[in-house]
Design a protein around this ligand. Structure first.
Ligand SMILES: [Zn+2]
Length: 116
């Protein structure tokens, strides 16, 4: 995908998480504003700690997930299990390179962040 080729990790994170919001049908104004808020906070954070660039995608995904849980509910819902009402989680949990969405119930990787 072209979007992962962005040199700016903040723009990459924004593009990947926006893709997942759109592909799961929840990219409304509220979700996008959660994303924008996270992106601006993480941009500041990255200025303080440039070595964190590999962590940004996973952290932005978790920020948006946390924000949606408080407002709209669980996101993203598991697509690996039948009749799933549980959410996927970002691995590695505290941020790291190549973050993925995993189902903790089935113990499977469902998609990379940005690949839902
Ligand atoms: Zn599942």
């Amino acid at each position: 995908m072209d979007i992962v080729a962005f040199d700016d990790p903040i723009m990459t994170a924004r593009a990947l998480v926006l893709h997942d919001l759109e592909s799961t049908g929840v990219a409304d104004a509220q979700a996008v504003s959660l994303l924008e808020e996270s992106v601006s906070q993480r941009a500041w954070w990255l200025e303080q700690w440039p070595a964190g660039r590999e962590f940004v995608v996973g952290l932005v995904a978790q920020d948006v997930q946390d924000g949606l849980l408080e407002s709209a509910g669980r996101w993203p819902l598991c697509t690996a299990c039948e009749d799933a009402t549980h959410a996927l989680y970002v691995e590695p949990d505290l941020g790291g390179p190549d973050p993925t969405w995993v189902c903790e119930e089935a113990g499977v990787v469902v998609a990379p962040v940005g690949g839902l």
